[in-house]
Write a protein that binds this ligand. Structure first.
Ligand code: IMO
Ligand code: MG
Length: 430
């Protein structure tokens, strides 16, 4: 069985915890898009581990991890993450594979990301500043450098030289910033090439052979569908396909081989960075959600914007990913609220709409139409069986499921691995 796990909102839905839990049942765990802009927090016993680039599922012993061709890789960040794991006695040696076709994040990508954000002023995207956008832009404009290019030193030098002559002109003329040195980057990346060589292979071949042999694969999406460059709140998005479609293009596993799509959704909504957020709460309740949910970015430490669950948003996610089930996370953060709202429609230019407008201006001016549900006083923290949840919590969960049109198979009631209600495990047949 091959399962794609995606974020349904604007990222930070708790994908790390759900992926960690389900990886126990998979043989291969695969990242297919994004880069070290992701921040996946996993709590195992007393330990909290944050991963950015390495598949979360590798924290489970004996699993094989793959970083697919659709990921943009900063080799420095990758090597640092490998050594952080080594320091915690988690070895990835012999069980981590990196696609030879994946594109590299170069030092100038990060510089361009930061400079471009600076010039945008209050129109900035609020990127993670990791060079993600410029790296994908180079890939699409066919001037990127791939992992395999590092192993042909003449070709690498030639491509780097061509690219740097363009980049240094841009830095000088537009940003009035100093140039990058060809020799410095060349030497730095040749050193990385030696260190990552043991991990680099044709991962499309590896994964398709694994499927032929009947292995179970878990594709780990980073970010969320509404940060997807095609389906998100453009231009306030990331630069990759974070939806389920990316799992195919980002790995070389054909779409007919992907069996199920599980969407991870928070019991409320958060967003980090700029962009429209119709159900945002800028009052005390928003502050309560941020405090109780510890809503601070795992990659940048920025406070996350918080708001009510947006059923319009997640219903669209269910549709375009043809999702088969949902995992609802952070339910316990809502404990103690006297009432809880769900955004069921928007008011745009005086009209009620029940679909997310594509126009940025419409989305920015959309006000939420809310439906209120009674809250619950009891603590749901750590509950592992559905019938033990307060009736009002069950009603809230069923309302979400009805409004978005998808069954909810998992409910997470704390950050800990075991504290999850599993109504149906996608890897176990009924
Ligand atoms: P995980 O996998 C939440 C957001 C940034 C910014 C926009 C573009 O932890 O859910 P980028 O650096 O990608 O060019 O920034 O996307 N963003 C995320 N928000 N969770 C993430 O990852 C994110 N990765 C990028 O804040 O708004
Ligand atoms: Mg995150």
């Amino acid at each position: 069985m091959n399962l794609v796990v995606i974020g349904t909102q604007w990222g930070d839905e708790g994908k790390g915890k759900i992926v960690d839990l389900l990886s126990e049942y998979a043989d291969y765990v695969i990242r297919y898009q994004g880069g070290h802009n992701a921040g996946h927090t996993i709590v195992i016993g007393e330990k909290t581990i944050v991963l950015h680039l390495i598949p979360t599922g590798l924290l489970q012993e004996g699993k094989t991890g793959v970083i697919g061709n659709g990921v943009v890789i900063n080799p420095k960040a990758l090597l640092e993450e490998i050594s952080t794991l080594n320091n915690q006695n988690i070895s990835v040696s012999g069980r981590l594979y990196i696609s030879e076709s994946a594109h590299l994040i170069m030092p100038y990508h990060q510089k361009l990301d930061l400079e471009s954000e600076k010039t945008k002023g209050n129109k900035k995207i609020g990127t993670t500043g990791r060079g993600i956008g410029p790296a994908y832009a180079d890939k699409m404009s066919r001037s990127g450098i791939r992992i395999c290019d590092l192993f042909d030193q003449d070709l690498f030098r030639e491509r780097l030289e061509t690219k740097l002559s363009e980049i240094n002109t841009i830095l000088d003329h537009i940003y009035h910033a100093p140039p990058f040195s060809l020799e410095d980057i060349y030497q730095e990346y040749i050193t990385y090439a030696k260190a990552i060589k043991p991990y680099v292979i044709n991962t499309a071949q590896l994964l398709n052979t694994a499927i032929d042999e009947g292995k179970d694969l878990l594709f780990e999406g980073a970010q969320g569908t509404h940060l997807d460059v095609d389906h998100g709140t453009y231009p306030y998005v990331t630069s990759s396909n974070s939806g389920a479609g990316g799992a195919s293009t980002g790995t070389g596993v054909g779409p007919t081989r992907l069996d199920e799509v599980l969407g991870v959704t928070k019991a409320y909504t958060t967003r980090v960075g700029s962009g429209p957020f119709p159900s945002e709460l800028t009052d005390d309740i928003g502050e309560t959600l941020r405090e109780n949910g510890n809503e601070f970015g795992a990659t940048t430490g920025r406070p996350r914007r918080c708001g009510w669950f947006d059923a319009i948003q997640v219903r669209h996610t269910v549709r375009i990913n043809h999702m088969t089930s949902l995992a609802l996370t952070k339910l316990d953060v809502l404990d103690g609220l006297s009432e809880i709202a769900i955004c069921v429609a928007y008011k745009v230019d005086g009209k009620t709409v029940t679909e997310m407008p594509s126009s940025l201006r419409s989305l920015e001016t959309a006000s939420p139409i809310l439906k209120y549900f009674p809250g619950w006083d009891e603590s749901t923290n750590g509950i592992t069986s559905y019938h033990k949840l307060p009736q009002n919590a069950q009603n809230y969960i069923e309302a979400i499921s009805d409004l978005v049109g998808c069954k909810i198979d998992l409910i997470s009631t704390s950050a800990k691995r075991g504290e999850t209600i599993v109504r149906k495990n996608p890897f176990c047949s009924p």
